[in-house]
Design a protein around this ligand. Structure first.
Ligand code: UDP
Length: 338
């Protein structure tokens, strides 16, 4: 298939592009490169540089690419930032999405696999979280993703769009080529690894008074290669609707830090810090629907294997993708602001 991938220079988009190309699909990436990395774009893919917020740019790109289907990764994805600047999130994640699906309608493309999130559930009443759990986001990031799920639902009814919403739990890990490089980095595993690399003196543990056995938050960590595999199953299958992508097993912040200690051999000092606003105690997926309907079974998501893959990538890229161009991280930050 020829797949139009938005956000192919980002963390999950780059890995899924790699998998698609390895399986013989053709990929056209539509990406603004605002937060992604040019070095994360697989050279076998074609890049069209453009911004989803500019309707004409995405419509022209879709018309030129004539894809069979769309995978939509491009988005802002920082909860804290969304709480400070909600407009950014609704404009890019929701309105940018509307421009994308309008472009699909104009070009006669019906299949879309959309990167949604467990943040659409907010504070769930119970875990594991099934797809029928009420969606009550507690921040504009989760809300913007839920809004676009609903937009796609209406385009399905009115224009025959065939959407799949993949609600990711905690994307983590790396391939040999592609890994996690955000600026700023807010995620737990890369932040702990930065301590092991000697780039930070300790890792902050946000909250030790949660209702969990060791008092720290529990999350369901899923390897990005497993996420990428789920996208390809969703793309080539006939089903529509929502699928949770997680392992069904949760690990606390302390447990994650312990695994990084064992894998890296570094003591990893911790600093206990107050809770981070908006963090639910426990987010663990029921991924039964993805298994029974898509035939998706995670193969790489053992926590130790996740951390080993991330550690290998970060050792090879201690300054993230900046190293490949010789740019300093400061210079890279300047580019992000442009
Ligand atoms: N966390 C932490 N220290 C960090 C980063 C994250 O204690 O430097 C905690 C965070 O509060 C949450 C868990 O680790 O409970 C996972 O956070 P992450 O940002 O990786 O993913 P999220 O679940 O927020 O999407």
């Amino acid at each position: 298939m020829k797949v139009f991938v938005t956000g192919g220079s980002g963390y999950i988009g780059s890995v899924t592009t790699e998998l698609l190309l390895d399986q013989g699909h053709e990929v056209v990436i539509f990406d603004s490169l605002e937060r992604g990395h040019r070095q994360a774009i697989d050279p076998r893919a074609k890049l069209i540089k453009g911004d989803l917020r500019v309707a004409g740019q995405v419509a022209r790109a879709m018309k030129a690419a004539k894809p069979d289907a769309v995978m939509h990764f491009a988005a802002y994805a920082l909860v804290g930032e969304s709480m400070c600047d909600p407009g950014m999130y609704f404009t890019n994640n929701m309105m940018g999405g509307v421009n994308l699906v309008e472009a699909m309608v104009k070009s006669g493309v019906s299949r879309i696999v959309f990167s949604s999130t467990c943040a659409t559930y907010g504070y769930p009443d119970r875990v594991p979280i099934t797809e029928d759990t009420p969606q009550r986001p507690v921040n504009p990031y989760g809300e913007s993703k839920l809004m676009f799920e609903k937009v796609l639902g209406w385009y399905q009814k009115i224009h025959g769009i065939k959407p799949v919403f993949l609600r990711y739990f905690n994307a983590s890990g790396a391939t040999l080529r592609f890994g996690e490089d955000h600026e700023p980095e807010t995620h737990l595993i890369p932040n702990v690894i930065k301590v092991a690399l000697g780039q930070r003196k300790n890792v902050k543990v946000f909250g030790t008074d949660y209702k969990t056995p060791d008092g720290t938050c529990i999350r369901d960590y899923i390897h990005i290669v497993d996420l990428g595999r789920a996208h390809i199953l969703a793309l080539t299958g006939k089903h529509t609707g929502a699928f949770n992508l997680g392992t069904g097993k949760g690990f606390s912040v302390r447990e994650v830090i312990d695994v990084v200690r064992r894998v890296t051999g570094h003591p990893i000092p911790v600093e206990f810090a107050p809770r981070r606003p908006g963090d639910p105690d426990r987010l663990v997926a029921s991924a039964k629907r993805a298994k029974s309907v898509l035939g998706w079974v995670p193969k790489h998501s053992n926590l130790r294997a996740i951390v080993e893959s991330a550690w290998a990538w970060h050792q090879a890229h201690p300054n993230g993708y900046a190293k490949a161009t010789g740019k300093s991280p400061a210079r890279k930050k300047k580019n992000v602001r442009k």
